[in-house]
Design a binder for this molecule. Structure first.
Ligand SMILES: [Zn+2]
Length: 51
Protein backbone atom coordinates (compact mmCIF):
# COMPACT_ATOMS: atom_id res chain seq x y z
CA UNK A 1 0.00 0.00 0.00
CA UNK A 2 1.62 3.19 -1.16
CA UNK A 3 -0.96 5.76 -0.21
CA UNK A 4 -3.20 5.57 2.82
CA UNK A 5 -6.33 7.54 3.44
CA UNK A 6 -7.09 9.57 6.49
CA UNK A 7 -10.47 8.16 7.61
CA UNK A 8 -11.37 11.44 9.29
CA UNK A 9 -10.87 14.01 6.52
CA UNK A 10 -10.38 11.61 3.55
CA UNK A 11 -7.06 13.16 2.68
CA UNK A 12 -4.39 10.96 1.10
CA UNK A 13 -1.56 10.27 3.52
CA UNK A 14 1.90 8.94 2.78
CA UNK A 15 2.29 5.97 5.17
CA UNK A 16 6.02 6.62 5.32
CA UNK A 17 5.48 10.10 6.63
CA UNK A 18 2.06 10.38 8.29
CA UNK A 19 1.05 13.19 10.58
CA UNK A 20 -0.07 10.52 13.00
CA UNK A 21 -0.89 6.84 12.99
CA UNK A 22 -2.64 4.31 15.16
CA UNK A 23 -3.10 0.56 15.14
CA UNK A 24 -6.55 -0.49 16.26
CA UNK A 25 -8.08 -3.97 16.03
CA UNK A 26 -5.10 -5.14 14.01
CA UNK A 27 -5.50 -2.46 11.37
CA UNK A 28 -3.24 0.54 11.01
CA UNK A 29 -4.83 3.92 10.38
CA UNK A 30 -2.93 6.91 9.09
CA UNK A 31 -3.83 10.53 9.67
CA UNK A 32 -2.73 13.80 8.15
CA UNK A 33 -2.30 15.28 11.62
CA UNK A 34 -2.57 14.54 15.31
CA UNK A 35 -5.77 16.57 15.25
CA UNK A 36 -7.46 14.04 12.97
CA UNK A 37 -6.14 11.22 15.14
CA UNK A 38 -7.71 12.86 18.18
CA UNK A 39 -11.02 13.10 16.33
CA UNK A 40 -10.72 9.44 15.38
CA UNK A 41 -9.97 8.49 18.99
CA UNK A 42 -13.11 10.22 20.17
CA UNK A 43 -15.34 8.55 17.62
CA UNK A 44 -13.65 5.37 16.40
CA UNK A 45 -16.78 3.38 15.59
CA UNK A 46 -18.10 6.00 13.24
CA UNK A 47 -14.89 6.32 11.24
CA UNK A 48 -14.10 2.61 11.14
CA UNK A 49 -17.52 1.90 9.72
CA UNK A 50 -16.80 4.28 6.87
CA UNK A 51 -13.30 2.95 6.13
ZN1 LIG B 1 -6.90 14.50 8.33
Amino acid sequence: MKIAKDPVCNMSVDPKNPGAMETYNGKTYYFCSSKCKATFDRNRDRFIEKA
